[in-house]
Design a protein around this ligand. Structure first.
Ligand code: NDP
Ligand code: GDR
Length: 378
């Protein structure tokens, strides 16, 4: 049985990858951080009671900032494959926490590679590094491929640039099977709530249900190449199944503005928006309601008014340095890995919006039923 270690197993990609590898028959070990509250929501359905026989999923407390912990775990489990997905992954937050981001995302990758080397596992253990399209940063050329020069624009991207090159270096210096997947943005219903797509789909659901009035966003003109996380984790696995270790871009080859993602999300529920104004003053206003679609989604139009502003720009979400345009060229991954994504952007938007509508309806039912959370502080 193949043994895999996933760092960042509690995150969006970690959850999908764990499920994927379990289905492939792997024994999956996951690294999770100690937290004062539960942080395993995304993988609770995979949990196996450790007292049972034949378990194939095990979690270990750990952190990419702790070398001895990583060495001990890797020594104990002797993995065939390590997927290094753990990171402080929020670009805007990295401007607030640059040193920690460098430590976890940059040096953390070095710690992992060194652990494999120190333990004499360079021939046994393959390593996947979660590299990112953020490396391209300030546009040098489009579409961006494996040969496009990097120009990182955030502490996150600079840390990931170190991780990218240290992975290449360990491959060249020690002959390790260590690869970078340069993944463009990928989303899903499991996406963290503060990334723009999920923030939009959650807010669209809440606004449609009358639980929120307005969605505040930053740069609406940013363009991203958005795919589905389920497709992207499959590419991670394919990268480690190649004959030779190499780096691959994983992208859809289509780019869309944040503004259009907003339009598509509300349209999915039956709400048509028009944007007007510029920069800080740009607004999204309801210009049409599709009664039939609203009805199909279990929504009532009496809470929604033509002409009301439901999206506004708040400059606090602007970044000190922005990445304006990402558009990937997936030619190499399609031809060499045989990677075929199953989802397109409309599928992704639909899945996310419907999932959030489902979640928010739960809140609405509880509210209507008079449910109140107990207040422990009175
Ligand atoms: P998430 O933010 O959803 O998950 C990050 C994971 O890393 C979480 O499990 C988190 O734990 C864990 N983590 C954070 N810091 C540490 C640390 N110091 N030690 C151990 N674990 C830590 O990210 P995604 O799943 O979206 O992304 C996975 C990886 O891919 C990340 O490295 C990200 O930078 C990279 N990436 C993501 C892209 C995307 O579009 N999603 C695109 C390109 C690259 P906890 O749950 O406790 O917070
Ligand atoms: P990104 O994702 O920075 O590309 O990094 P995010 O969804 O945070 O931002 C995408 C674009 O949307 C603009 N934006 C906003 N972003 C957020 N979060 N919140 C807002 O309110 C908002 N308004 C506009 C941003 O300015 C940006 O241009 C993601 C992460 O998953 C990284 O870990 C990963 O490496 C890259 O994708 C590829």
């Amino acid at each position: 049985m193949k043994v895999a270690l996933i760092t960042g197993v509690t995150g969006q990609d970690g959850a999908y990858l764990a499920e994927f590898l379990l289905k492939k028959g792997y024994f999956v070990h996951g690294l999770k951080r100690r937290s004062s509250s539960f942080n395993t929501d995304r993988i609770d359905h995979l949990y196996q009671d450790q007292h049972e026989l034949n378990i194939r999923f095990k979690l270990h407390y750990g952190d990419l900032t702790d070398s001895t912990n990583l060495i001990r775990i890797i020594q104990e489990i002797q993995p065939d494959e390590i997927y290094n997905l753990a990171a402080m992954s929020h670009v805007h937050v990295s401007f607030e926490m640059p040193e920690y981001t460098a430590n976890a995302d940059g040096i953390g990758t070095l710690r992992l590679l060194e652990a494999v080397r120190i333990l004499g596992l360079t021939e046994k253990t393959k390593v996947y590094q979660a590299s990112t399209s953020e490396l391209y940063g300030l546009v040098q050329a489009v579409p961006q491929s494996e040969t496009t020069p990097f120009y990182p624009r955030s502490p996150y991207a600079v840390a990931k640039m170190y991780a990218y090159w240290i992975t290449v270096n360990y491959r060249e210096a020690y002959g390790m099977f260590a690869c970078n997947g340069i993944l463009f943005n990928h989303e899903s219903p499991l996406r963290g709530e503060t990334f723009v797509t999920r923030k939009i789909t959650r807010a669209a659901a809440k606004i449609a249900l009358g639980l929120q009035k307005c969605l505040y966003l930053g740069n609406l003109s940013a363009q991203r190449d958005w795919g589905h996380a389920k497709d992207y984790i499959e590419a991670m696995w394919l990268i480690l199944q190649q004959e030779k270790p190499e780096d691959f871009v994983i992208a859809t080859g289509i780019t869309t503005t944040v503004r259009d993602f907003v339009r598509m999300s509300f349209a999915e529920l039956g709400i048509e928006i028009e944007f007007s104004g510029k920069d800080d003053n740009e607004k999204g206003v309801i210009i049409g309601l599709d009664e039939e679609l609203l009805f199909q989604n279990g929504l009532k139009s009496d809470r929604l008014f033509l002409g009301s502003t439901i999206v506004q720009v708040d400059p606090k979400y602007f970044r000190p340095t922005e990445v304006d345009l990402l558009l990937g060229d997936p030619t190499k991954s399609k031809t060499q890995l045989g990677w075929v994504p199953k989802y397109d952007l409309p599928d992704l938007v639909k899945e996310m919006v419907i999932s959030d509508l489902h979640l928010m309806k739960k809140d609405e039912y509880l509210k209507q039923g008079g449910f109140k959370t107990l207040n422990y502080f009175e």
